[in-house]
Design a protein around this ligand. Structure first.
Ligand code: ATP
Length: 337
C-alpha cells in the first residue's frame, strides 16, 4: 500500500517553475530515495509533503489524508528534518529536545525517556549537555534528526540529511534510518549523492527539472539499462554533427543496444553493449572510418548511467548546468535521439 501519493503536482515560484507534472507513490514501510541535482525540485516536493507549501495544481495524499485539507492530522504523523538546521545556540542539545517535546505535548516522564533513547540511538551522549553553539555540522544534524523523531512519526521526511557531513556522522545517520525502516517507519529522503541511494534506498525516483524521470528499485533501474556500459572517445570527435555521424555508424553493429551522447565530458559516447565480443567490432568499425579510438572504458551499469540515459548528462554535470541556467528539458530531448 502507498503511504504517499503525489498526483500531477505543479509548482512555480513566480515565473520560476519548480515542479512540472510530478507524480510519485511511496509504499508504506519503505526507505525511499529522491535523487536529483541541486534545483531539481526535491525540497519543493518535500515541503509540500510537510504541509509547509501548497502546490499550484495536483493532489497530495498521505496515509489517505488530504495534504491540503487535513494538515493538522498529517503533521501529527510526520517528522520533517529540513535542509537548513535551525538550532538555538544558547540552549544545550538536551534542553532543545525537551522544548521540542513540550511542543508535541509529551508528558515530562515520557518525554525524558524518549530523549534518553534518542541520545543513545544517535550517539549524542558525549556532547548533548553542551551548548548547541559549540556543535559541529554533524552534531547539529544528529540533533535535528532526534528532534524530528521525538514523537515517533509514522513517516520521516529528510531533506539531504548527510550533505557535507563527516563519515562518522553519516554512518550513524544511515544506520538509524535503516533501523527505523526495519521497525516499520516509512522514510523518505532527498539526496544528490548517488552512493546514498545506492546504500540505503529500497526504492527511488530520479527527479530532474521538476519531474520524475525514472522510478523503481536501484537494481531494477540499473537492470533496465541492459548490458555493460562502454564509454568511448574518438580523437576527432569534437562537435554535435560528428557525434551524430558516429552514432549512425555504430548503431547498426551487432550487440550495440543503445547509444547516448554524453555532452558533459567533451562529447564522449556512452554505449550499452551486449557482451565483450562487441568491443573489437566497435574498434574495427571506427578505425575503418578513419576515427581511431582515443579512450575506451567498460563497466557495469551504475545509477549515474541511469541518470545519463534519461537526461544525456551526468548528475554532476546537471548541477553545473543548473548553476549555469542551461535548459535541462531541451538537453534531455536531444539526448533521447
Ligand atoms: P537543492 O538541493 O539545491 O535544494 P532541490 O532539488 O531541492 O535543490 P528546489 O529547492 O525544490 O530544488 O528548487 C526547485 C527550483 O525552484 C529551482 O530552480 C530553485 O531555484 C527554485 N526555487 C526554490 N525555492 C524558491 C524560492 N523560494 N523562490 C524562487 N525560486 C525558488
Amino acid at each position: 500500500m502507498s503511504l504517499i501519493v503525489l498526483d500531477h503536482l505543479e509548482k512555480s515560484y513566480g515565473t520560476i517553475p519548480a515542479l512540472r507534472d510530478l507524480s510519485l507513490q511511496v509504499p508504506e514501510g519503505c526507505l525511499y530515495g529522491l535523487l536529483g541535482p541541486n534545483g531539481a525540485g526535491k525540497t519543493t516536493t518535500l515541503r509540500i509533503l510537510a504541509t509547509l507549501l501548497a502546490p499550484d495544481l495536483g493532489d497530495v495524499r498521505i496515509a489517505g489524508l488530504d495534504g491540503l485539507k487535513d494538515q493538522r492530522e498529517i503533521r501529527r504523523l510526520i517528522g520533517y528534518v529540513a535542509q537548513e538546521v535551525a538550532i538555538d545556540k544558547i540552549l544545550t542539545g538536551r534542553e532543545l529536545l525537551a522544548l521540542q517535546g513540550d511542543l508535541y505535548h509529551l508528558r515530562p516522564k515520557q518525554r525524558n525517556q524518549r530523549i534518553d533513547e534518542l541520545i543513545e540511538m544517535l550517539g549524542m551522549d558525549p556532547w548533548i549537555d553542551r551548548r548547541c553553539g559549540t556543535y559541529s555540522g554533524g552534531m547539529r544534524r544528529r540533533l535535528d534528526l532526534a528532534a524530528g523523531l521525538l514523537h515517533r512519526p509514522q513517516l520521516l521526511i529528510l531533506d539531504e540529511p548527510t550533505v557535507g557531513l563527516d563519515i562518522e556522522s553519516r554512518a550513524v545517520i544511515w544506520n538509524v534510518l535503516r533501523d527505523l525502516r526495519d521497525q516499520g517507519t516509512t522514510v523518505l529522503l532527498s539526496t544528490h549523492y548517488l552512493e546514498e541511494v545506492e546504500a540505503l534506498a529500497d526504492r527511488m525516483a530520479i527527479i530532474d527539472a521538476g519531474t520524475v524521470i525514472a522510478e523503481g528499485t536501484p537494481n531494477d533501474l540499473k537492470k533496465r539499462l541492459g548490458g555493460d556500459r562502454v564509454t568511448l572517445r574518438v580523437r576527432e570527435f569534437s562537435n554535435e554533427q560528428e557525434a551524430e555521424t558516429i552514432c549512425d555508424l555504430l548503431e547498426p553493429l551487432d550487440g550495440v543496444q543503445n547509444i547516448v551522447i554524453n555532452r558533459s565530458q567533451g562529447h564522449s559516447l556512452n554505449l550499452v553493449v551486449d557482451g565483450e565480443q562487441v568491443l573489437p567490432r566497435l574498434r574495427l568499425c571506427l578505425e575503418e572510418a578513419g576515427l581511431p579510438v582515443f579512450a575506451l572504458a567498460q563497466s557495469r551499469p551504475s545509477l549515474d548511467d541511469v541518470y545519463l540515459q534519461a537526461t544525456g548528462r551526468t548528475l554532476m554535470d546537471a548541477e553545473l548546468a543548473i548553476a549555469g541556467q542551461r535548459d535541462p528539458k531541451q538537453e534531455r530531448k536531444q539526448a533521447m535521439r
